[in-house]
Design a protein around this ligand. Structure first.
Ligand SMILES: C[S@@+](CC[C@H](N)C(=O)[O-])C[C@H]1O[C@@H](n2cnc3c(N)ncnc32)[C@H](O)[C@@H]1O
Length: 281
C-alpha cells in the first residue's frame, strides 16, 4: 500500500486504523496511509521488525505498544495563547465576573480537555493570575487532561524551549518561568503559582470522566476535528452537561458544535459559546 523500507498492506493499515479508532476516536481514512507509515516507522525500527504485519501482531497483544502507537499517530501541535481571543474572553467575560465569588471562597473550575504538552492550561493559568493573583490560595483550579501519557508528563514538568515562549509577554516570562538545564540545553520551566493552579491527568475523552461538579470554562480545541461526527456530537453533549450556567466552551477554529448543543448556547465570540442561564436540564 505504501512503498518503502517496511511493507504495509491494505489489511495492515485497516487493522491499525481500527485499533486507533476504538482506542482514541481518531479517524484514519486511507488517505492517511503515508502519514501512518512515516509516524510508525520508528516504532518498527525500535522493535527490530521489518514489516507492518509483524507490528500489527505486536500491537494486538501489547497494551504498552498500543499506547505508544496512538502517541506516535496523534498530533500534539499547540502553543501558548493559541487563538488569543479565547483568553481575552476568559479574562473579561468569565473570570472578572467571578472574582468576588472566588474571593469569598466559592469554587471555580476550568478544564483544558486535550491539553497536549501544557501550553493551553498554562495560558489559562497566566490569564487567571492576571485578574486574581491569589487564585492558588482560593478554590480555583485548572484541570488539564490528555489521552497521551507522554504529553501529560511533559505538561506536568512544564519545561519548554525558548522559542515556544515567544507568545508569552516578556514580563510574564520573567515572572513565571525560570531557566533550567534540561537534556543538556537551557530551557524554561513554569514555576510557582502558574504550576500550582494546574493539575495534569491522563484522560481519554471517549472513556469515563471521573470529575465532579460544574466547570466555568472548558477548552476543547483542535481534538474533535479528528473524530467522526457522531463522536463529536456525543462529546459536545457531554461537555455542555458539565458547564455551569453562563460558563464558556472554547472550541478549535475548524470545529463546529452540534445543532442540539448550539441551541443551548449563545455565541460569545469566534468559536466561543456561553451556556444560557436556565439551560441546565
Ligand atoms: C492538536 S492537540 C490540541 C492541543 C490544544 N488543545 C490546542 O488546541 O493547542 C490534540 C491533542 O488531543 C489529544 N487527544 C487525541 N485523542 C484524544 C482522546 N480520545 N482523548 C483525549 N485526548 C485526545 C492528543 O493526544 C493531542 O495532545
Amino acid at each position: 500500500m505504501v512503498p518503502g523500507e517496511f511493507p504495509m498492506s491494505v489489511r495492515d493499515f485497516s487493522e491499525i486504523a481500527a485499533i486507533v479508532k476504538t482506542t482514541s476516536g481518531i479517524e484514519l481514512p486511507p488517505s492517511k496511509a503515508a502519514l501512518v507509515y512515516s509516524r510508525l516507522g520508528k516504532r518498527l525500527r525500535e522493535h527490530g521488525l521489518n514489516n507492518f504485519h509483524a507490528y500489527c501482531s505486536l500491537v494486538r497483544d501489547d497494551e504498552d505498544e498500543r499506547q505508544r502507537m496512538i502517541a506516535a499517530i496523534t498530533t500534539n501541535v499547540t502553543r501558548f495563547y493559541r487563538e488569543p481571543h479565547h483568553f481575552d474572553h476568559l479574562r473579561e467575560k468569565v473570570l472578572k465576573p467571578l472574582i468576588e465569588a472566588a474571593r469569598r471562597g466559592e469554587r471555580v473550575r476550568m478544564w483544558s480537555a486535550a491539553c497536549s504538552t501544557g501550553q493551553e492550561p498554562y495560558s489559562m493559568a497566566l490569564t487567571v493570575l492576571s485578574v486574581l493573583p491569589e487564585a492558588p490560595r482560593l478554590d480555583v483550579r485548572i484541570l488539564a487532561t490528555d489521552l497521551n501519557p507522554f504529553v501529560v508528563e511533559h505538561g506536568r514538568r512544564g519545561i519548554y524551549e525558548e522559542h515556544e515562549l515567544a507568545d508569552v509577554p516578556a514580563e510574564l516570562r520573567r515572572r513565571w518561568f525560570e531557566a533550567v538545564a534540561s537534556d543538556g540545553a537551557r530551557r524554561w520551566q513554569a514555576i510557582g503559582d502558574v504550576r500550582a493552579l494546574v493539575s495534569f491527568r491522563e484522560l481519554n475523552l471517549l472513556g469515563r470522566w471521573p470529575m465532579k461538579g460544574d466547570f466555568q470554562a472548558i477548552f476543547c480545541r483542535n481534538v474533535v476535528i479528528y473524530f467522526d461526527r457522531p463522536t463529536q456530537v456525543m462529546l459536545w453533549d457531554r461537555f455542555e452537561k458539565l458547564l455551569a450556567p453562563k460558563a464558556a466552551l472554547y472550541i478549535g477554529h475548524s470545529e463546529r458544535l452540534s445543532d442540539e448543543v448550539g441551541r443551548k448556547m449563545d455565541q460569545g465570540g469566534i468559536t466561543t459559546y456561553v451556556k444560557r442561564d436556565g439551560a441546565r436540564q
